[in-house]
Design a protein around this ligand. Structure first.
Ligand code: NAG
Ligand code: NAG
Ligand code: NAG
Ligand code: NAG
Ligand code: NAG
Ligand code: NAG
Ligand code: NAG
Length: 406
């Protein structure tokens, strides 16, 4: 059953359209926007396609700000757990939803038959991301100001979705920061849909005051077999701070990919799973090379002793499903631990690709894989119970990716 068919099948029964999703939190713009607030359906979960700038920017919700004092907290070096759902009624914030409480465990879209949802959902899982700007006045924020600081490549999949916050995030200005959730799903799950929801955020527990680097346009550089590109081209990647994708709108796009080749928040654009630890002004002390399709130059960041949960161009390894259960919201170990492997910290030469670096990457990946293995045998994982087939399928995919990339 295709996702489109599934939607048709369940649309009549549900108060929302399965497959459309957004983050939900009182700190967001549009928290109380319902299907009736606008002349068209502009709920936070409604996809944004071919819209004017005012319509898509912050989902057109700038006149529906959060209440004073509501911030989404981003603990430096730790995960922030967000709720991603197809309907506010499926979140702990159901009380202000006209449809009431339809929460169902970790299910982001209750009402979709789980088997169908997860089978078809697998191909839909392309990753979502959080971006930040160190500005408190939303009227000053421009698309060029957002930097992606955290990616969850297995989003949208569970309601409670963890976003690892980089350890070196500096503190926000007095009025807090402004963040946004971004998601683009796979082309076989519908049309060219962008998702953006803005919210107020604040970094806590900050230990560094190095600012973020100016974000650059992400580039397509991962393996892309669906589009006749079996091998990754790491020299074509953008490294360091990267902008979100603005795609398929009527105005102010920065991505011009076609309908069947959407940009994704995953390795395809060098958005590694987890915290983006290399986004700071001093992350590449020797500068960055100019990326190009035939380049073999892969720069090494200085991560300043932060354990690399996301070393540039380290492919995602085993899916992290099995590490977490719904009852535990503190899954992965803190990013900075003394046993930390700091693989690419030696950045004396930006052009030091060569055999040595490759060997180092391989052994680091291997070690990290072993580490993950040793902590990833929690049998009570919700995702394991819900989708064992999916988990093993992904693992296979990821393995082959691991070897292909090197
Ligand atoms: C976008 O909207 C314009 C004007 O309404 C229309 O001409 C165009 O075909 C639309 N493009 C897409 C991709 O939907
Ligand atoms: C949303 O609605 C609830 C319930 O009416 C209200 O308490 C809350 O202040 C509203 N929040 C915003 C941001 O308007
Ligand atoms: C993505 O979210 C899931 C569900 O919360 C979590 O298990 C996983 O660890 C997260 N991935 C990363 C890289 O943080
Ligand atoms: C942001 O967090 C910091 C650190 O906890 C705190 O001192 C500051 O008051 C917070 N800012 C806002 C706007 O809440
Ligand atoms: C390199 O990146 C550009 C910009 O994203 C993209 O158009 C091109 O297809 C990529 N080429 C290769 C070989 O990766
Ligand atoms: C990259 O290499 C291919 C194949 O060798 C060649 O056709 C192409 O012109 C090169 N592109 C650039 C930008 O050097
Ligand atoms: C970096 O590499 C150089 C040359 O191999 C070596 O002397 C130096 O100790 C290394 N630095 C670190 C931090 O590993």
């Amino acid at each position: 059953m295709t996702f489109a068919l599934l939607l048709t099948a369940v649309a009549g029964l549900l108060p929302f359209t399965a497959g459309h999703a957004s983050i939900f939190h009182p700190s967001m713009w549009g928290f109380n926007v319902t299907a009736q607030t606008f002349p068209y359906d502009n709920r936070p979960v409604a996809p944004l396609i071919n819209y004017t700038f005012d319509e898509w920017w912050f989902h057109g919700h700038l006149d529906h700000p959060p209440n004073d004092g509501d911030f989404f907290e981003l603990p430096a070096g730790e995960p922030a757990t967000a709720q991603v759902a197809c309907d506010k009624g499926a979140t702990t914030f159901f009380a202000s939803d006209p449809g009431g409480n339809i929460q169902n465990g970790d299910d982001p879209c209750p009402g979709s038959p789980p088997a169908e949802y997860h089978t078809t959902g697998l191909s839909d899982v392309k990753g979502c991301a959080l971006a930040i700007t160190y500005e408190s006045d939303v009227s000053q924020v421009q698309p060029e100001d957002f930097t992606i600081f955290s990616v969850n490549q297995t989003c949208v999949w569970t309601r409670f979705t963890d976003f690892q916050v980089p350890a070196r995030m500096p503190a926000c200005p007095e009025g807090g920061c402004i963040c946004a959730f971004f998601w683009i799903h796979s082309p076989d799950s519908g049309s060219e849909q962008n998702y953006m929801n803005g919210f107020r955020c604040n970094v806590t527990g900050s230990t560094s005051n190095v600012a973020l680097a100016t974000p650059q346009l992400p580039r397509r550089c991962g393996a892309d077999p669906q589009n006749d590109k079996p091998e990754a081209s790491p020299g074509n990647c953008t490294y360091g701070a990267k902008l979100p994708f603005y795609w398929f709108q009527a105005e102010r796009n920065n991505m011009f990919e076609g309908t069947y080749a959407p940009p994704f928040y995953n390795d395809l654009y060098n958005f590694l799973d987890g915290a983006q630890e290399d986004i700071f002004a001093d992350s590449y002390p020797n500068g960055l090379p100019s990326p190009s399709p035939n380049s073999t130059v892969v720069p090494s960041p200085n991560l300043y002793d932060v354990a690399a949960t996301s070393t540039p161009f380290a492919p995602s390894i085993t899916p992290v499903f099995s590490v977490t259960s719904s009852s535990s919201v503190t899954p992965t170990p803190p990013i900075s631990s003394s046993s930390a492997v700091t693989p690419l910290a030696n950045s004396t030469s930006t052009a030091s690709l060569g055999a040595a670096t490759t060997a180092m990457c391989k052994s680091t990946l291997f070690r990290r894989r072993q580490q993950r293995r040793s902590i990833s045998h929690g049998p009570e994982s919700v995702a394991d119970v819900m989708a064992p087939r999916v988990a093993s399928h992904r693992e296979l995919q990821d393995r082959s990716k691991l070897w292909r990339a090197f």
